[in-house]
Design a protein around this ligand. Structure first.
Ligand SMILES: Nc1nc2c(ncn2[C@@H]2O[C@H](COP(=O)(O)OP(=O)(O)OP(=O)(O)O)[C@@H](O)[C@H]2O)c(=O)[nH]1
Ligand SMILES: [Mg+2]
Length: 577
């Protein structure tokens, strides 16, 4: 290397590392740390890096320091991922392609038979809850999602190709709710039946003076041979309009109004809106008298649907704590999250999800897990760090209500209390109070929703094309749009069959145990927990059947990464049993 500019350009290549700038050394360490480990507690990180060896040249004294830098970073050292837990989108299912009007023409066959192909079916829209997606922000930004239109039919009997399908992938834990729909086929079916119910056919046969609507040239339905004038088609020439058709796939559509609770990863997509059928080519209209029909039909218009998506994060562990309790620091300490940390309330403004890897598939698992009866062996679990709760969070104070719903689906609740900020027992009771009041609020909402739905069912006519419609019932709006469902009437969420929050396993993580004069506070908390477990004191939720099988209070210092390694085995034990 001597005699080149390399040492000058890349000082890090020099053997004397001590001279390299501090930031560069840190970067090198971080890169190495990343390579060596996926995440995990510092002790596990230390074990992995020490067993992998080969970095003896690295200044080992620096490693703990860099790790501690990670747990007590300056407020501007964080990464945020875009996050949205609500989205409202309008879906446009694909319209069908038009039928084709064409005739065979070959040498010596001047006026051949009709051979126009049918239009292709429009694309459908599917939804699938998949693991790996964590937010609805992409969908929230899109607003409208359109499936492809079917291609038009072509000569020589060639049918149009199908429109492109669209697959919407959402995170597991998403709730889908329909707001309104405009289904032209349903509208057509109802209109046809209304006409039939009024005995239209009989009237037209008896009174030739009246014009049969179905035998008229309708610009929106019929397609004419290029160059043909509509006037040249007498009413007698036109066959009755073909009935509205639905593709076979439409049978897989969920009943309207759509209400889906996608709380598990789905293996196959679920259809939301099926594409419409394509138009018919002219061979369909050959009769004895008309052997060369010069018309085909247009493809059906695709249905439109507005849906609201709401994400309720499905993490295994939900961190519940007052602002500034150290939740984000804890998340950083046991996962490789880069959540923002700051010594003020409401540092965290949106949920952060971290993953604790139990098995990195490099041989022996990092944390032993037992054989799972229901599914494959657990290789990781997720932790959701939500913004801090303040008193009256259930009344939407602070950032409360918007984020409290994210913990309602967590498998385990981890109450994070700050040992240096007053009595830990009072803090724990306060947190339980907020959670309990949120639950009561939710139950009230669910009841109101079911009542409203019962009321609605009494008044409203559900979309059902097989029922003979009563013209007196105004299903259609004045503007002719088929608004079958009341937009503001269906605001509330579908009924969720969730167990009471107090029946979930829970534990207390007491942070900032490194600070002076916190020992006594923790001793009191531990005594309280023992008494609750033994039934000597009331459960902090105030509920009788609340969970108190294996109560743990773990003192830790997230900032110094001390004691955090005890959390993982306890959580795994709670998750598995
Ligand atoms: N001494 C000590 N300080 C800690 C510990 N854990 C967190 N802190 C400090 O407490 C402050 C708040 O930490 P955060 O992790 O941002 O707290 P939070 O609960 O996420 O706060 P919000 O996001 O506002 O709800 C930071 O200054 C941390 O450095 C700990 O174990 N010991
Ligand atoms: Mg935080």
């Amino acid at each position: 290397m001597n005699g080149t500019l390399l040492p000058f350009l890349y000082p890090c290549l020099q053997t004397n590392r001590g001279n390299a700038p501090r930031a560069l050394r840190r970067w090198l360490q971080a890169a190495r740390l990343n390579r060596n480990t996926q995440c995990l507690s510092t002790r596990q990180i230390a074990t992995v890096s020490s067993t992998q060896g080969g970095h003896e040249d690295e200044n080992l004294d620096d490693t703990p320091e860099s790790e501690l830098d990670r747990l007590d970073p300056p407020p501007d050292s964080y990464s945020i991922t875009p996050f949205n837990d609500r989205a409202s989108i309008v879906l446009h299912a694909g319209s069908g392609g038009h039928g084709c009007i064409s005739f065979l023409r070959e040498k010596y066959i001047e006026n051949g038979p009709p051979n126009g192909g049918d239009g292709g079916t429009g694309g459908s829209i599917y939804i699938q809850a998949v693991q790996g997606e964590t937010s609805l922000h992409k969908l929230a930004r899109r607003g409208i999602i359109k499936a492809g239109r079917g291609r038009n039919g072509q000569g020589k009997g060639q049918g149009g190709t199908r429109g492109e399908d669209v697959l919407i992938t959402v995170p597991v834990g998403t709730i889908v709710r329909e707001v309104w729909r405009h289904d032209p086929i349903a509208e057509q079916e109802v209109a046809d039946m209304r006409e039939k119910a009024m005995g239209a056919d009989a009237v037209f046969d008896d009174q030739p003076g009246l014009v049969d609507n179905t035998r008229k040239w309708r610009r929106d339905r019929w397609l004419l041979f290029p160059g043909a004038m509509p006037q040249s088609f007498t009413s007698a020439d036109f066959p009755p309009l073909p009935r509205p058709r639905r593709s076979n796939i439409a049978m897989a559509q969920p009943p309207a109004p759509i209400r889906l609770d996608l709380d598990a990863p789905m293996e196959t997509p679920q259809l939301l809106a099926a594409g419409s059928m394509g138009g018919l080519g002219n061979p369909h209209f050959v009769t004895k008298s008309i052997t060369r029909p010069k018309y085909g039909t247009k493809g059906d218009e695709g249905m439109k649907l507005e849906i609201q998506l709401e994400l309720k994060i499905l993490a295994d562990v939900g961190l519940v704590g007052l602002p500034n309790a150290g939740k984000s620091t804890l998340l950083r300490a046991i996962t490789n999250s880069r959540a923002r940390i700051g010594n003020w309330a409401f540092t965290t403004l949106q949920p952060n999800i971290g993953t604790v890897v139990l098995d990195n598939h490099k041989g022996r698992p990092l944390v032993p897990t037992s054989e799972n009866k229901t599914g494959p062996r657990r290789t990781n679990f997720t932790i959701a760090d939500i913004p801090g709760l303040i008193e009256d969070a259930h009344l939407d104070r602070g950032l409360g209500l918007g984020f409290l719903r994210h913990i309602e689906r967590a498998g385990i609740l981890a109450f994070v209390v700050d040992l240096s900020a007053g009595d830990a027992i009072t803090a724990l009771k306060g947190l339980w109070k907020e959670v309990g009041q949120y639950e009561a609020l939710r139950d009230r909402e669910v009841n109101a929703e079911s009542e409203r739905r019962i009321e609605e069912q009494k008044e409203m006519v559900r979309y059902s094309p097989l029922v003979k419609p009563d013209p007196a019932l105004a299903i259609f709006g004045n503007d002719g749009e088929n608004v079958l469902f009341n937009a503001d009437g269906s605001r509330a969420l579908p009924e969720l069959k969730l167990p009471p929050i107090s029946s979930k396993p829970w534990l207390v993580i007491a942070t900032k145990a490194d600070l002076p004069e916190t020992r006594e506070n923790f001793a009191m908390l531990q005594k309280y927990m023992r008494e609750v477990a033994a039934g000597e004191r009331e459960h902090p939720s105030g509920k009788k059947n609340a969970w108190k099988k294996k109560l743990h209070a773990i003192p830790i210092s997230a900032k110094l990464a001390q004691g955090v390694e005890r959390i993982t085995p306890i959580v795994v034990d709670l998750l598995e049993n």
